[in-house]
Design a protein around this ligand. Structure first.
Ligand SMILES: Cc1cc2nc3c(=O)[nH]c(=O)nc-3n(C[C@H](O)[C@H](O)[C@H](O)COP(=O)(O)O)c2cc1C
Ligand SMILES: CC(C)CC(=O)C(=O)O
Length: 408
């Protein structure tokens, strides 16, 4: 029975070859930040009001002027088309059906044009800046021509995060059958059959550019570190402004100074994010950074929280702390692995039903009723309760008390 996002995760684990599941599910190095994204939500408790008429509830909102039925944005996820054939198209259609917003990754399997042709607006396009600025400019121009509403510039991939699971699995694009994954692939013949309906098994947006190696498969880190431009800085926001007239959203902000700089550079929205714990390990959980960023922005840009959302109550906490909406990555990918477009819709239904119930039980029937008084800020759980999974394993294996591996 599927009750929640964790149930969908277990379905995804069974349906996907190990290397694909771990690419989706895993994080960087000790996965401290991956765990902290979750435990940050556990630190906040609610402060509920009784005897409020909650017979009419409303979780609709607007993000950059777009009306959404639910405050959920499907985040950019590279290679979603390896989770299910036409994965990005299916997820974009699911988002539209459920009144959420879809963000297409630069590194998607389906192209900018394929997604825009299949799914109604609003769509956002996520940009990685390539060393070849001609390629970068052409991506932006293609997104504009295809009708994407906002450009979401990801700023936390100066170098690909150290995802040791991908290295151990030999995860490459396009995926190949090798001696070491042969048995696992045999156990997932359903996925192999489904993927035969895929338009391709590599980064769709670059087929025409000549940037993809003609014959060889590439590791994600090897390829992106060759192509992404680590020199990108604040002055490039001006350059982007000169080639993109719509809203610019910065994804990957994790402190007040950068939030202020973003506002000074005229950015319309920023996403508090640590890339789902896939980049710099030992950043705090995204929710723990949110209040600092919201306070620094002072209402001059919209703030979106990204990372660790697994329950509707998580979304409600983020909005109470000042987020306009929340971005989700893995939750919809688990749904996509489970049952394609219907699975993504199920993941959105689960979250929005949970948001609705939380609003009722909290005595705050509309998102607009949420503020910090909906939370027990006087009862924040201690930070040391958030434990990196790898450290927990280490402590368990050595019979050490919790906290001893880091001295917390
Ligand atoms: C499989 C996968 C691929 C991702 N690819 C991208 C990407 O191409 N661009 C990007 O900005 N973020 C990417 N992300 C990060 C997500 O946009 C988002 O920040 C993260 O998944 C949020 O954490 P959550 O999975 O806990 O919701 C990816 C995440 C996953 C899980
Ligand atoms: C294909 C990758 C570059 C996508 C990404 O950003 C990620 O895996 O986190």
């Amino acid at each position: 029975m599927i009750c929640n996002i964790e149930d969908l995760r277990q379905r995804a684990r069974r349906r996907l070859p190990r290397a694909v599941f771990e690419y989706v599910d895993g994080g960087a190095e000790d996965e401290y930040t991956l765990g902290a994204n979750r435990s940050a939500f556990e630190r906040y408790l609610f402060r509920a009001r009784a005897l409020v008429d909650v017979s009419t509830r409303d979780q609709s909102t607007t993000v950059l002027g777009e009306k959404l039925a639910t405050p959920l944005i499907l985040g950019p996820t590279g290679l979603a088309g390896l989770v299910a054939p036409w994965g990005e198209v299916l997820a974009a259609k699911a988002a539209a059906n459920k009144g959420a917003l879809f963000t297409l990754s630069t590194m998607s399997i389906c192209t900018i044009e394929e997604v825009a042709a299949a799914a109604p607006p609003p769509l956002w396009f996520q940009l990685y800046v390539w060393k070849d600025r001609g390629i970068t400019r052409s991506l932006v121009e293609r997104a504009r021509a295809a009708g994407y509403r906002a450009l979401c510039l990801t700023v936390d991939v100066q170098d690909m995060g150290n995802r040791e699971k991908d290295r151990r699995n030999g995860f490459i694009v396009p995926p190949r059958v090798t001696l070491s994954n042969f048995l696992d692939v045999l156990r997932h013949l359903g996925w192999v059959m489904r993927m035969s309906r895929s338009p391709r098994a590599t980064f769709g947006n670059f087929i025409e550019t000549g940037a993809l190696p003609k014959k060889d498969a590439v590791s994600v880190a090897g390829f992106t570190n060759r192509q992404f431009d680590p020199s990108v800085s604040w002055k490039d926001i001006e350059w982007l402004r000169s080639i993109w007239s719509g809203p610019i959203v910065l994804k990957g902000i994790s402190c007040a100074e950068d939030a202020r700089l973003a506002v000074e550079h005229g950015v319309q929205a920023l996403i508090v994010s640590n890339h789902g714990g896939r980049q710099l390990d030992f950043l705090p959980g995204a929710l723990d950074v949110l209040p600092e960023v919201v306070d620094a922005v002072e209402g001059r840009a919209e703030v979106i929280l990204d990372g660790g959302i697994r329950r509707g109550s998580d979304v409600v906490k983020a909005i109470a702390l000042g987020a306009r909406a929340c971005m989700v990555g893995r939750p919809f990918l688990y749904g996509l692995a489970h049952d394609g477009q219907a699975g993504v819709e199920l993941s959105l239904d689960i979250l929005s039903k949970e948001i609705d119930r939380t609003l009722a039980l909290l005595g705050r029937p509309r998102l607009a009723d949420l503020d910090r008084s909906a939370l027990r800020l006087d009862m924040l759980h201690s930070q040391s309760e958030s434990r990196a999974p790898a450290l927990r394993v280490l402590e368990g294996a050595r019979g050490l008390p919790a906290g001893s591996a880091t001295g917390t």
